[in-house]
Design a protein around this ligand. Structure first.
Ligand code: AP5
Length: 182
């Protein structure tokens, strides 16, 4: 079973849902930059207020901020890990590669979870998080296509990418992912 993985996919693909299942069943650290940033917003700090504005517009927060969050957690764990929502662009991916080289813990696999856009929008509107209104969802999808989707080719060229369909029942998708990880 792979121990160091990334879940890649557009907003609503099910990265968070699947990360929780796979991390729990395999005793991995689930590291969601979105959840960690939302915790910062909830804490009401000055930084949290800045982050909140950016998240509610659907844009990405600064590379430097998310990198410092990820770095601190990866440096302080002996467990395997699952990154959900990070990296989000090629610059973050390169920074992660430098960090993992320093830690001598190479990435083992990147799972790209694939779902059609129409279905993504329906799922997110049904959830209704603060950044789940139609205009912001469309911007999040545009940001994904422009900045995050190039990571598919990036990881393909490194021989690390595997694609899994994110359509259908949650449990059936988890079983598909587990088959790829084993
Ligand atoms: P983040 O929290 O990462 O949000 P996201 O990528 O937009 O992802 P979502 O949480 O919307 O979707 P998901 O794929 O996790 O799906 P989920 O399982 O939740 O990021 C939010 C913001 O934070 C960003 O816009 C940015 O501003 C900032 N940020 C985060 N990371 C950053 C980074 N690295 N750099 C810079 N900025 C960063 O499922 C969605 C819904 O669908 C749920 O209601 C779920 O119950 C439902 N669902 C899931 N699977 C199924 C299924 N199979 N069938 C039916 N419904 C399903």
């Amino acid at each position: 079973m792979k121990q160091r993985l990334i879940f890649l996919g557009p907003p609503g693909a099910g990265k968070g849902t699947q990360s929780e299942i796979i991390a729990k069943e395999n005793n991995l650290l689930h590291l969601s930059t979105g959840d960690l940033l939302r915790a910062e917003v909830k804490a009401g700090s000055v930084l949290g207020k800045e982050v909140e504005k950016i998240m509610n517009s659907g844009e990405l927060v600064s590379d430097q901020l998310v990198l410092s969050i990820v770095e601190a957690r990866l440096q302080s764990t002996d467990k395997g890990w699952l990154l959900d929502g990070f990296p989000r662009n090629v610059s973050q991916a390169r920074s992660l590669e430098i960090l993992l080289e320093k830690l001598q813990k190479p990435l083992e696999i990147v799972i790209s979870i694939e779902v059609d856009d129409d279905y993504l929008i329906q799922r997110l509107l049904a959830r209704g998080r603060e950044d789940d209104n139609e205009d912001v969802i469309r911007n999040r999808l545009d940001v994904y296509k422009e900045k995050t989707e190039p990571l598919i080719d990036h990881y393909k060229s490194m021989g690390l990418l595997r694609s899994v369909s994110g359509n259908g029942e949650v449990r059936a998708i988890a079983d598909r992912i587990k088959a790829v990880l084993s």
